[in-house]
Design a protein around this ligand. Structure first.
Ligand SMILES: [Zn+2]
Length: 205
């Protein structure tokens, strides 16, 4: 099972090569688990590990999928003697776990967790005016962790300096924690333009 944050993420719909388009992976219970590439999707489909899910929710094994017509809004994958419809959603037949994909600790995810709001003064300046602040400064042994990083505006960052919030007489709006985003939420965050066909499966999360 590939991770959500793998190279799939960087590849968005604008890309020319259809083999790198994202495909939503569902577990045995039709819950979203990850996103992969068209290339990998065809390996799974061909090998019998997955069925392709069509618009009305019906599923197709590889031979059955090859027989599906390529319609105008589909992405065609050229093959010998024609083209095959690129699947948008794949049903993993033997995968029955509901994986908790760990949310990656990145500046962007921190911004989203803290809702682009300075966690000291509550202001929401432009993104450029926001920093990531170590609650316990690095110089004092503070770690790069969800629990020790918060979004802060520049003035608050300067005011706090190399002090702890207590020493600086500042307090945090919330206790920083690792976000508990559902797989569906994370997929929506990493794939900026989810396909229309994904919608029914992402709604639950
Ligand atoms: Zn502030």
């Amino acid at each position: 099972m590939e991770s959500l944050d793998s190279d799939v993420v960087a590849r968005q719909r604008g890309e020319r090569d259809v083999l790198t388009l994202p495909v939503l992976l569902l577990n045995r219970f039709f819950a979203p688990v990850s996103v992969t590439t068209v290339r990998r999707a065809f390996v799974l489909l061909y090998g019998g590990a997955a069925h392709a899910v069509a618009d009305e929710g019906e599923t197709h094994d590889f031979p059955s999928w090859l027989a599906q017509p390529v319609r105008t809004h589909d992405d065609p994958l050229p093959i010998v003697g024609g083209a095959v419809r690129v699947p948008r959603v794949l049903h993993l037949l033997r995968y029955d776990r509901a994986p908790r994909v760990a949310v990656r600790l990145t500046r962007r995810n921190l911004m989203i967790r803290d809702q682009f709001q300075c966690q000291y003064c509550g202001r929401r300046p432009t993104q450029r005016e926001l920093n990531v602040d170590h609650v316990v400064p690095r110089s004092r042994g503070g770690l790069d962790s969800w629990e020790n990083l918060v979004v802060s505006c520049r003035p608050c960052n300067l005011r706090k300096g190399r002090r702890t919030p207590v020493e600086a007489g500042m307090s945090l709006l919330t206790v920083p924690q690792r976000p508990r985003w559902s797989t569906a939420t994370q997929i929506r965050l990493v794939v900026r333009e989810p396909f229309e066909e994904w919608r029914p499966f992402l709604q639950a999360g």
